[in-house]
Design a protein around this ligand. Structure first.
Ligand SMILES: [Zn+2]
Ligand SMILES: [Zn+2]
Length: 556
C-alpha cells in the first residue's frame, strides 16, 4: 500500500479513514488482528497486533473513533501438542482449542484461555487497546448461522473459486507439505465440497465428513472417524466452523473490516488473501479490507532466557528487559516490508543508547519530522503517555550497578547517588522501570563474559609481583582517591595517572604510546578488582565498589 519514501503509518491511516467513509459513511473504521491461542504467543506474532494498532491509533489521534478488533481463533482445532507439553494432550487433537483443558492444571478455563492471558497482559503494558472477539463465542452463539447457511448453499461456487487457485496454491506451498496440500485441495474442490466442518456430536473432534446438506431445510448429515453417523439435523444445532479460507473472508464481511495486514506468506499469489478477495466479493457481498504483507520478526541472543517453555521469546519476555515505549519503537521504526530482529544479548545496551539519543534529540527540537513521529508513536498513544523512567540513566550503567551489587537496593542507591553528584538520585523509583529491566537482563541474558564478579579477597600474588611503575601508579590512585570521589573526579584521575607517571601534563594529546599505556593500566585495575581484563567503565566500577573495598583490593 504505502510507498517506500513516505510515513507508512500516516499514509495507511489516511487511506483507512477514506475507505471507511466510502464503504460505510459515518461508521468508525475497523482494523483487525487475528491470533491463534494454540500455544505460547511469540514475539514475532506481536507484529500482527502492532501493525494495525499503529494505524488505528493514528486514526484515533486525528480525533476520530477507530475499532481495533483482536479476533481470537480459539474455535480452531487443536492440531498438535506443542513442544514442551505432555503427550497426554494428544487425545484432545481435533477438538476446538476452547475444549482442551488448561495445560497447567486449572488456572484458566481451558487451553486457549491459558495462552490468551499473557498476551492480554503484554497488550495492556504496551497500551495496545483492542476489542477482543472470541470465535468460539461467535460460532457457538449462532452469530454466523446466516453466513454458514449462505456458504453451504453456495458451496459449488466456493469450491470452484478455491479450485481455480489450486495450481497457484500448489506452487506457493511447494516447499512445505506440497503433496498433502494438493491432495486436500483437490478433495476440497470436488463437486460435493462443503465449506463447513462439524465438530462431532459424539467425540467432539473434527474428523468429520459432511455427507449431505439440504438447501431448503438447512439440515446437515455427517460421518465421523469415531464411527458416528449424525443427521439429518438442522445446521444451527451443529457445532462446527467454516474452513479457514472461507472463515476469514466471511469475517471481513461480518465485522466490516477496513484494514487487516498479514504475514507476507498470506499475501503471496494463491494465498488466503487472493482466494479471500474473490470469496468476500462473490459470496459474502463485501469488499476485501485494505491490506499489505508485513515481514518476518526474528530474535537474537534469547537462547539463555529462563522464561517460557518452548524457547521462542514472548512479548512479556521482551517487556522484562525493554521499557514498553522501546518495544513499540522497535516495531514502529521499521516499515512493514522490513524484517525486524530483536536482540536480547549485548546489543540491548546499544538499543537503549539509540533510544535515549532519539529522546534527547526530540527534546531539543533537533529530530527530523520522521524520527519525531516514530518517537511520538512509541512513547504515547491517543489515550496518553506510556509510563517512562523519570531519570533515564544509561542502561549499561544500570546493568553494571545491578550486577556488581547483586541487586542490593541500598548499594544500588548509594552508587547511583554518587554517579549523579550534580543532581543526586534520591530514590530508586527515579530509575524504574529501567533498573528492573537491567536487573532482568543481567540475570537472564547477559553473556557470561559481560558479567562482573568482584574479587572477594585481594590478589596477593599479583600485588606482590607488581613492577615498580605499576606500584607507583596504584599509590598515586589511592593517595588521590578520596578527593576525587565522584564520577567526574574519578574519570579525570583514572585517565590522568598514565600521563602523570610519564611526566606529561593532564591535557597531553593521546599518542599511540599513551593509549597503550592507558590500556595496560586499565587491565591492571580490572585484574585486581574483578579478576579479568575488562569490565564496566572504571569510574563507575570504583564508585560501585566503594572506597574501602577499592583500597583493600588494590593492596593499600
Ligand atoms: Zn492456565
Ligand atoms: Zn466423532
Amino acid at each position: 500500500m504505502p510507498a517506500a519514501n513516505e510515513d507508512w503509518v500516516a499514509r495507511a491511516a489516511e487511506e483507512v479513514i477514506a475507505e471507511a467513509e466510502r464503504r460505510h459513511p459515518g461508521a468508525a473504521p475497523t482494523c483487525a488482528s487475528g491470533i491463534s491461542p494454540s500455544g505460547s504467543v511469540h514475539l514475532g506474532n506481536l507484529r500482527e497486533l502492532m501493525t494495525p494498532h499503529l494505524v488505528a491509533d493514528e486514526v484515533r489521534r486525528s480525533g476520530r473513533p477507530c475499532r481495533h478488533i483482536l479476533s481470537w481463533d480459539d474455535y480452531d482445532r487443536f492440531r498438535r501438542v506443542p513442544a514442551g507439553f505432555p503427550q497426554s494432550f494428544a487425545e484432545f487433537v481435533g477438538r476446538p482449542l476452547t475444549s482442551v483443558p488448561d495445560p497447567a492444571g486449572d488456572c484458566h478455563e481451558n487451553w486457549a484461555g491459558h495462552f490468551k492471558e499473557p498476551l492480554r497482559e503484554a497488550l495492556a503494558r504496551l497500551a495496545i487497546r483492542v476489542t477482543e472477539i472470541s470465535q468460539t463465542q461467535m460460532y457457538t452463539s449462532g452469530a454466523y448461522t446466516g453466513q454458514i447457511i449462505l456458504a453451504m448453499r453456495r458451496r459449488a461456487d466456493i469450491g470452484a473459486i478455491i479450485g481455480r487457485y489450486q495450481a497457484k496454491q500448489a506452487d506457493a506451498d511447494a516447499r512445505e507439505a506440497r503433496e498433502a496440500r494438493e491432495a486436500r485441495e483437490a478433495r476440497e474442490a470436488r463437486e460435493d465440497y462443503y465449506p463447513f466442518r462439524p465438530y462431532c456430536a459424539t467425540c467432539g473432534r473434527d474428523d468429520t465428513t459432511v455427507t449431505a446438506f439440504d438447501d431448503d431445510t438447512t439440515q446437515i448429515s455427517y460421518n465421523c472417524e469415531c464411527g458416528a453417523a449424525i443427521g439429518p439435523v438442522p445446521i444451527d444445532q451443529v457445532r462446527g466452523k467454516l474452513v479457514w479460507k472461507v472463515d476469514w473472508p466471511m469475517r471481513w464481511a461480518y465485522e466490516r473490516v477496513t484494514f487487516e495486514p498479514a504475514g507476507a506468506d498470506h499475501a503471496s499469489p494463491g494465498s488466503s488473501f487472493t482466494v479471500g478477495r474473490h470469496l468476500v466479493e462473490d459470496i459474502f457481498g463485501a469488499t476485501m479490507p485494505l491490506h499489505f504483507g508485513y515481514s518476518f520478526v526474528g530474535t537474537q541472543g534469547s537462547a539463555k532466557m529462563s522464561g517460557s517453555a518452548g524457547g521462542a521469546p514472548t512479548p512479556n519476555d521482551a517487556l522484562e528487559i525493554f521499557e514498553a515505549p522501546l518495544v513499540r519503537w522497535l516495531y514502529a521504526r521499521r516499515r512493514p516490508e522490513q524484517s525486524i530482529t530483536l536482540a536480547f544479548g549485548t546489543e540491548v545496551g546499544r538499543v537503549y543508547d539509540e533510544w535515549d539519543a532519539l529522546a534527547r534529540k526530540v527534546g531539543d527540537g533537533a529530530a527530523d519530522p520522521g524520527a519525531r513521529a516514530v518517537y511520538t508513536r512509541a512513547s504515547s498513544t491517543a489515550d496518553g503517555q506510556l509510563p517512562r523512567t523519570p531519570r533515564p540513566v544509561p542502561f549499561r550503567t544500570l546493568a553494571s550497578v545491578s550486577d556488581i551489587t547483586a541487586g542490593d537496593e541500598r548499594q544500588e542507591l548509594r552508587i547511583l547517588r554518587d554517579l549523579t553528584a550534580e543532581a543526586p538520585i534520591n530514590s530508586l523509583s527515579e530509575v524504574r522501570p529501567r533498573l528492573d529491566c537491567a536487573r532482568a537482563w543481567v540475570l537472564g541474558y547477559a553473556p557470561d563474559e559481560a558479567r562482573t564478579t568482584v574479587r572477594a579477597e585481594p590478589d596477593r600474588r599479583m600485588l606482590d609481583g607488581l613492577t615498580e611503575p605499576d606500584r607507583r601508579a596504584l599509590k598515586l590512585l589511592l593517595d588521590h582517591l578520596a578527593e576525587h570521589w565522584s564520577l567526574d573526579g574519578l574519570t579525570t584521575l583514572v585517565y590522568g595517572i598514565p600521563k602523570l607517571t610519564r611526566g606529561l601534563p593532564p591535557d597531553a594529546p593521546p599518542t599511540p604510546e599513551l593509549k597503550a599505556a592507558q590500556r595496560a593500566w586499565f587491565v591492571l585495575l580490572y585484574r585486581l578488582l574483578v579478576g579479568r581484563d575488562t569490565g564496566p567503565r572504571l569510574p563507575t566500577l570504583l564508585l560501585a565498589l566503594g572506597e574501602e573495598r577499592v583500597r583493600t583490593l588494590l593492596g593499600a
